[in-house]
Write a protein that binds this ligand. Structure first.
Ligand code: G3H
Ligand code: 13P
Ligand code: ZN
Length: 332
């Protein structure tokens, strides 16, 4: 058994307090490999932003949980080496059972999500409460994110055909009975690169899909019921059209891609939303640059030369998010 403090990591409690009062959101970036982690840390050290490193079930299968944990420990040292002591949270993304959350808590994660959103309300309360009791009883308090409402979208292990917006009438009771430290809500975001069907969108003069707005009315109703309580947005990639076009230019097929416009995320970050989850945008940036290099330099076979430009683009993307979308830059 190991505690996250021994790895140099922090939980979310103080970071969320500052984010809510400061009107910004922390970046929660998923990572699965070395290049993604390097890009995240370089961007966050350069922009002086705290960061939440997220490990999904897909990442655990692909890269091994232990290895990812030790990479997060290395990331703390790497950020110091880059000259900025960035607070780093290691967070389990979409934990689906008490046993998985317990295992992560006992092996060095500083924060976990228990996603009981697919269960009935009472089952969700019972499961979330059980995880919270275990996480909070640790000598070093591990923070817990719960979820109410269901996001639409399909993404490997995190899938749901239909969304159910969070019901504001439920949040107060859920937060009180479970003791969670933060709450993920459903107000129209969803996982993956196709967040809305084309028939739900309009098109601009260039034919680019424009999605319907997020349900800020629901967010406001939730904030009224639990003022200042940390809120989390999943499925918050913007799906930049430049990356989609670059992927397609070099042979990919990503039709009907549509994300959440940045100005809506900026608005959310100014509210009690203090954690914004971004994975798909990083996937798109990496894929675009990998395709470009492979198409333009057909005799290249050194993986470092193929992945290096993708890593550089990822770093630019994350720095842009921190500075221009989340407002988390210069908060260290
Ligand atoms: O919320 C889901 C994340 O984008 C991670 O998905 O399990 O395919 O890594 P994954
Ligand atoms: P995106 O697919 O929009 O990047 O969302 C990621 C996410 O919510 C991870 O939990
Ligand atoms: Zn998610």
């Amino acid at each position: 058994m190991i505690s996250y403090t021994e790895l140099g990591l922090v939980n979310t409690v103080e970071l969320f307090k500052k984010a809510v009062s400061g009107g910004y959101a922390l970046p929660a970036y998923n990572f699965n490999n070395l290049e993604q982690l390097q890009a995240i840390i370089q961007a966050c050290a350069e922009t002086k932003s705290p960061v939440i490193l997220q490990v999904s079930s897909g990442a655990r299968k692909y890269a091994n949980q232990n290895l990812l944990k030790n990479m997060a420990k290395g990331a703390v040292e790497y950020a110091n080496e880059l000259g900025c002591n960035v607070p780093i949270v290691l967070h389990l993304d979409h934990g689906d059972s008490f046993e998985l959350c317990k295992d992560c808590i006992e092996t060095g994660f500083s924060s976990v999500m228990i996603d009981g959103s697919h269960y009935s309300y009472e089952e969700n309360v019972a499961l979330t409460k059980k995880v919270v009791e275990f996480a909070h009883s640790r000598k070093d308090y591990v923070s817990v994110e719960g979820e109410l409402g269901v996001l639409a979208g399909v993404e490997d292990d995190v899938s749901s055909e239909h969304s159910h917006y969070t019901q504001p009438e439920e949040v107060e009771d859920f937060v009180k009975r479970t003791g969670v430290d933060s709450l993920a809500i459903s107000i129209g975001t969803s996982h993956g690169r196709t967040k809305f069907k084309p028939e739900q969108c309009t098109r601009d003069p260039n034919g680019v899909l424009i999605p319907p707005p997020l349900r800020f009315d629901i967010l406001e109703a939730i904030e009224k019921r639990i003022p200042g309580f940390p809120i989390v947005l999943h499925g918050a990639s913007s799906v930049p059209v430049e990356y989609v076009q670059m992927v397609e230019k070099y042979g990919g097929k990503l039709s009907d891609s549509v994300g959440i416009p940045e100005e809506q995320l900026r608005r959310a970050a100014n509210s009690a939303v203090c954690k914004i989850n971004i994975d798909s945008d990083g996937r798109l940036a990496m894929t675009a640059l990998i395709r470009k290099v492979l198409a333009e330099i057909p005799d290249e076979f050194d993986p470092r030369k193929i992945l290096g430009p993708a890593r550089e683009e990822l770093k630019k993307l994350y720095a842009h998010k921190n500075i221009n979308v989340l407002g988390s830059a210069n908060r260290v």
